[in-house]
Design a protein around this ligand. Structure first.
Ligand code: GLY
Length: 368
């Protein structure tokens, strides 16, 4: 049996019955109806035993903020989106929002989604440029449209109409990382590699020398459970670094990088988005919890499915295992939670209402 982190839990039947017996109350409906154009706090009146939030390893500040807001009575979608905004606004986190690593043309394109348990509704934006808080835009798509996903120029226009300010999201650090990747792409193009540059611009003097040109797939995921038993989940990312312009990953795809079911739990993923899309990863996590699996077991089972479905030779290392990593996160309706990854090293963050901490994800494979 795989280790499970959990609050004292009722049986699956008990929590499904409790969920069915707790429909959206008038206060919650009123709160949703009056949601502000710009994401603010929507006050909820239901009370319960204590809120909890989990996040990807880079999201400890996000889930800590989410729990703080939940304790003040915030709606879970507002709480996680405001938590995620802390990471989106941090220029040092190059996986999301401001300072996110750009596409192959040096342009930052962001993806995000929010799913709201009480209405089983979702909102998402993909390949949006110049807006550092795509999760907040996704929440407005959820609350103020009949749609789920807006992309590119349409998503930007929608954000501007709702008062979001455009800004350049490419920080110096991310621009230098992109330039180094570009210069080292091929020795046959006219961009001089590290090895090809004139010796007077030696490596020691090269301001880009320390920057890695590797493709990376960082992302922030955060989900929350209120004291009253409602769930919401959010995933936000700058996606795969140096991607083909217009490439969309799993983060804004409901069921791939983000999913929640108010009667069961929430799931989310970070890492190679293409693999999460073709394995319906976030949906699968929730589905496995619905059929009785513990959260960590559910995440490991989906990690196993991703590894088994990695059939492209070019995406497999010499030992046949995937040449990439994915981390998966689960928060169950009863407060139990867990995380898994393909290879050791992945972490997830949790705030259980008392304290926040970062924990290791359970790896599918022993080492890479
Ligand atoms: N998981 C983030 C991405 O692949 O875009």
């Amino acid at each position: 049996m795989i280790r499970t982190n959990r609050a004292p839990s009722p049986s699956r039947r008990e929590f499904l019955a409790a969920a069915a017996a707790a429909p959206l109350g008038p206060a919650a409906l009123a709160a949703l109806a009056t949601a502000a154009p710009n994401p603010g706090m929507t006050v909820r009146t239901r009370v319960g035993t204590g809120p909890i939030s989990i996040a990807s390893g880079n999201g400890l500040r996000a889930c800590t903020r989410a729990v703080e807001l939940l304790k003040q009575g915030a709606d879970p979608a507002d709480a996680i989106v405001q938590g995620v905004a802390i990471i989106e606004n941090d220029p040092e986190d190059q996986s999301v929002g401001l300072g996110g690593l750009p596409n192959e043309e040096g342009v930052v394109q962001l993806d995000a989604s929010v799913m709201y348990g009480p209405t089983h509704k979702a909102g998402a934006v993909a390949a949006i440029e110049n807006i550092k808080n795509p999760a907040a835009v996704a929440l407005l798509v959820l609350r103020r449209t009949n749609h789920v996903l807006l992309v590119g120029a349409g998503a930007l226009k929608f954000a501007r109409l709702h008062g979001f300010q455009e800004e350049n999201l490419l920080t110096e650090k991310s621009r230098k990382a992109w330039l180094k990747w570009k210069e080292n792409l091929s020795p046959r193009d006219d961009w001089l590699d590290d090895e090809q540059r004139d010796p007077t611009v030696g490596k020691a003097a090269d301001p880009l020398a320390a920057v890695t040109p590797m493709h990376t797939t960082g992302t922030v995921h955060c989900s929350a459970l209120t004291a009253g038993g409602d769930l919401a989940s959010c995933t936000s990312t700058s996606g795969l670094s140096w991607k083909i312009p217009g490439r969309v990953g799993d983060s804004p795809i409901i069921g791939a990088g983000n999913y929640c079911d108010n009667a069961v739990g929430a799931g989310g993923c970070t890492g190679r988005g293409e693999s999460c899309i073709v394995n319906c990863a976030a949906f699968s996590i929730v589905s496995k919890m619905e059929s009785g699996m513990e959260p960590t077991d559910a995440c490991v089972a989906v990690a196993k499915r991703i590894a088994a479905h990695t059939l492209e030779i070019r995406r497999r290392a010499k030992d046949g295992r995937p040449d990439f990593d994915v981390s998966l996160y689960a928060l169950r309706k009863d407060g139990a939670y867990g995380g898994a990854c393909l290879f050791p090293g992945g972490t997830f963050a949790v705030h259980d209402g008392t304290a926040g901490r970062t924990l290791p994800c359970t790896p599918l494979f022993e080492k890479n």
